[in-house]
Unconditional design. Structure first.
Ligand SMILES: *[C@@H]1O[C@H](CO)[C@@H](O)[C@H](O)[C@H]1NC(C)=O
Ligand SMILES: *[C@@H]1O[C@H](CO)[C@@H](O)[C@H](O)[C@H]1NC(C)=O
Ligand SMILES: *[C@@H]1O[C@H](CO)[C@@H](O)[C@H](O)[C@H]1NC(C)=O
Length: 483
């Protein structure tokens, strides 16, 4: 065994010394082991024998490109150089054997392939024809830019509300492209929603409806895109701007319902559970997703509980709108803080087309300290307002509640009546009377602005008041010093 190794080593040294092939050997150490062996072999034959100067290599080309596979040979002499692909001979010396016009010999024995195709991928052999063939192998890989399509091709996916939506894209290309998912409206710089050929969205809602985009990328040329349109099917959704509409005889009203639905949906109108048909005074129409019931020359029989009803194959939705002649809800306009010790100017606004006949005002004191809160008894006042219209649909009323206690919290409610009846009793409105010690007339304004900016925190309010009073004292002191 030892003898064999040492004789091989001796043999190699002999070759190097005789042929001065150091350079070629150094080169060949980096190349294919198979080729190394071949080089040794030629060395054995001698410098007059043909030798490859170039080395076998992996080449990459993009579909449609032109590529040159090199083959440089030293001492070719009378040997014939062939280019083969598998068993098929492409060229022999300078003779084109293949009929494919895309193949060409250039600059000696280099093989040029123009307009490369996917099918051109594989091993190409530059061979020196001899009893013992010697060859050099180049591998050609064809890169294919990405292309992508949605699955199914029409790109429309539907899912039920609350269910799972599966969006899919198929990409081809070499190397295999990566797929990323985006909302189409979103910028592509934003984070992808997912990666891979399938995007799964769980518990989908109407907000998930829209166009999605899959992006296929493999580093070869530009990325490719495909759209997938998701439709989330859900029972219809209705909304109304107002649940209560004020009307009066001979006026004109419009009841509006807004529909949200991605499916075919029917909208119909009811009055007190009777389905409505159009008449000469009543029309139904839609504008975009708004459904409108319009009534002109209003009559007392038109008062009632109306509803718009939307139906699709997944369900039915209803919205009620009351049309009434009674006054509308009360809106309080006065500040929560009285600037007086014993009085409060209560100002409120009520919607009513007919004049108001009577107003009921209920108020009570709250016994309140840090640990304890107990309401007093309601005081009831009945007012017969003089007509003071705010606009054609509203009244504004002011009433001074007197004989109040200072530094106290009160609650007040209002109810109004016109010729069609009483409205709902208003929500409770709270107000505070002033304490002794706060003399400034603007205090009401100041306290209000603090309670607006500091979200009503008592600590901030007290601190501010103390600072404010200190500043006033300081100003007065400075003034007296100067004069
Ligand atoms: C209208 O009628 C429906 C069904 O009877 C009822 O639930 C709803 O409270 C009524 N609305 C008004 C404002 O009367
Ligand atoms: C009560 O407040 C209203 C609205 O701020 C005002 O128009 C009215 O004059 C006040 N009434 C009295 C008596 O100060
Ligand atoms: C709060 O008021 C109740 C009833 O007036 C009284 O019993 C209690 O001592 C008061 N607590 C404080 C902390 O002032």
């Amino acid at each position: 065994m030892e003898k064999l190794w040492s004789s091989i080593l001796m043999f190699l040294l002999l070759i190097i010394r005789r042929n001065g092939l150091c350079q070629n050997f150094a080169e060949s150490f980096h190349s294919h082991p198979q080729q190394e062996q071949q080089q040794h072999h030629y060395g054995d034959i001698g410098t007059d024998e043909p030798q490859f100067i170039t080395k076998g290599h992996l080449y990459r080309a993009v579909v449609g490109d032109t590529i040159v596979l090199p083959c440089k040979v030293k001492n070719l002499g009378s040997y014939v150089l062939l280019w083969r692909r598998g068993a098929a001979v492409l060229t022999a010396q300078n003779l084109m054997v293949t009929r494919d016009a895309r193949f060409k010999m250039i600059d000696g024995y280099n093989l040029q392939i123009s307009n490369v195709r996917v099918t051109d991928a594989g091993d190409y052999v530059c061979q020196i024809g001899d009893v013992e063939p010697r060859d050099q192998v180049h591998t050609l890989e064809i890169l294919v830019p990405p292309s992508v399509r949605s699955v199914p091709d029409h790109g429309i996916i539907s899912a039920r509300q609350g269910g799972t939506a599966t969006l899919e894209c198929k990409a081809t290309g070499n190397p295999t492209p990566h797929i990323y998912w985006f909302r189409k409206t979103a910028k592509h710089s934003s984070m992808p929603l997912g990666e891979g050929p399938v995007l799964i969205l769980e518990q989908v809602g109407r907000q998930h409806s829209g166009t999605y985009q899959c992006k296929a990328e493999n580093g070869v040329r530009e990325a490719a895109y495909a759209d997938v349109n998701l439709k989330v099917l859900s029972p219809p959704e209705l909304s109304t701007e107002r649940q209560w509409i004020h009307a009066s005889e001979s006026c004109e009203i419009e009841i509006v319902c807004t529909l949200q639905s991605d499916m075919n949906t029917d909208v119909s109108w009811y009055q007190n559970s009777f389905m409505l048909e159009p008449t000469d005074r009543r029309t139904m129409y839609s504008r975009g997703n708004k459904y409108i019931l319009s009534i002109v020359n209003f009559r007392t029989t038109d008062f009632g509980n109306y509803s718009c009803v939307a139906d699709n194959s997944l369900g039915r939705t209803k919205k009620y709108i009351e049309v009434s002649g009674r006054p509308g809800p009360t809106e309080f306009l006065s500040s929560q803080y009285s600037s007086h010790l014993d009085r409060y100017n209560l100002t409120f606004k009520i919607e009513s087309l007919p004049d108001l006949d009577e107003i009921k005002l209920l108020y009570r004191k709250l016994m309140i300290n840090e640990t304890y809160q107990r309401p007093g008894n309601w005081n009831e006042l009945v007012l017969y307002p003089s007509v003071s219209r705010y606009d054609s649909r509203h009244f504004v009323m002011s009433y001074i509640i007197t004989k109040l206690e200072h530094n106290s919290v009160y609650e007040v409610m209002v109810q109004a009546k016109n010729r069609y009846g009483w409205n709902e009793v208003s929500d409770i409105h709270q107000f505070h009377t002033r304490s002794y010690g706060y003399v400034n007339e603007n205090m009401d304004f100041i306290i209000n602005s603090i309670s607006m900016t500091s979200s009503g925190s008592d600590i901030y309010r007290k601190k501010f008041i103390i600072i404010f009073i200190c500043c006033q004292f300081l100003a007065a002191f400075l003034l007296s010093v100067i004069t």
